[in-house]
Design a protein around this ligand. Structure first.
Ligand code: A1D88
Length: 263
């Protein structure tokens, strides 16, 4: 995966978008991201996926504008289609996915981050926004749909039509990102991200339950309430038969720390 570095440690897969200087994404990078997501998805030892950008300045500056200029409409259509499929796959992978915003997160970069479950940014490291309108296009790899679902229709339309980029604190205030962490360095930020990610892994956290919570919410948001409740019941019935539920319930009554196995 030449344009996406892939590494695992103790239940966490770290995917790093790597195409300096701005980690702009191309069709090739999206294919590598797709491969990395599948790798993490089918690795039973991976419970959390973290996506970040190479370097200290950019998470991802969006689609590579040179590629958009030089390609024909058919290529661009398939580029968007494949990005949609990749990011939907990420959104529906039953493992918690955290976007670690290490720098500028704009255009398609924000669209990748919005397909993650949590977005945590390093204070002062960059700007965020969907500025595609300035290029005469719209945020076409999920931006119009996911931004509206995250922050509401009206504010989403305003942000995309103004096309401005803004700081992480503003993004936090409108509910676009979950947290802004002040750290002395990029390395400290990534160390904290990985330590936080590990809190969602075995043996302390029931990773199966984490994955099912994610699936219930992500899929539930796309269907009506009754269907969402039905899905929730089915996932819960599945969890109730797990060894981890037996362990969690027993540990509570025995006043001890549970030891989850992901089974
Ligand atoms: C379907 C999906 C569509 C899309 O995603 S379309 C792309 C949407 N993205 C954008 O429009 C972002 C454009 N970039 C910016 O607005 C700025 O960058 C930032 C605010 C993110 C950062 O600003 P600063 O720190 O001042 O960096 P800098 O000098 O603007 O950028 C460094 C070099 O990187 C090039 N660059 C930036 N973004 C892209 C990109 N997305 N594709 C190709 N090149 C890009 C610039 O032009 C420049 O180049 P040089 O050093 O030669 O002047």
């Amino acid at each position: 995966m030449a344009l996406v570095d892939y590494a695992t440690s103790a239940g966490v897969a770290l995917l790093t978008l790597n195409d300096p200087p701005v980690n702009g994404y191309t069709h090739e990078m999206m294919k590598d991201l797709d491969a990395a997501i599948l790798e993490a998805r089918f690795d039973n030892d991976v419970h959390v996926i973290v996506i970040t950008g190479h370097g200290e300045k950019f998470f991802c500056a969006g689609a590579n504008i040179n590629m958009l200029r030089e390609s024909d409409p058919t290529f661009k259509y398939y580029f968007c289609l494949h990005a949609n499929e990749t990011l939907s796959r990420l959104e529906h992978t039953p493992k918690l996915c955290i976007a670690a915003l290490n720098g500028h997160t704009v255009g398609g970069g924000l669209e990748i981050a919005m397909a993650c479950d949590l977005r945590i940014a390093r204070k002062g490291a960059g700007k965020v926004g969907l500025p595609e309108v300035a290029l005469g296009v719209l945020p076409g790899t999920g931006g119009t749909q996911r931004l509206a679902r995250l922050i509401g229709k009206s504010r989403a339309i305003q942000l995309m039509c103004e096309g401005q980029t803004f700081d992480f604190e503003t993004a936090l205030a409108v509910g676009l990102i979950n947290d802004v962490w002040e750290t002395a360095s990029h390395d400290e930020f990534m160390d904290r991200i990985l330590a936080y990610s590990h809190t969602f892994t075995l043996p302390d956290r029931a990773a199966l339950a984490v994955g099912r919570i994610k699936r219930a919410v992500q899929t539930g948001f796309e269907v009506g309430l009754e269907q969402g409740l039905a899905l929730e019941r089915e996932l819960q019935a599945e969890l109730f038969t797990s060894e981890d539920a037996r362990e969690g319930l027993a540990a509570y009554m025995e006043k001890r720390k549970p030891v989850f196995q992901g089974k």
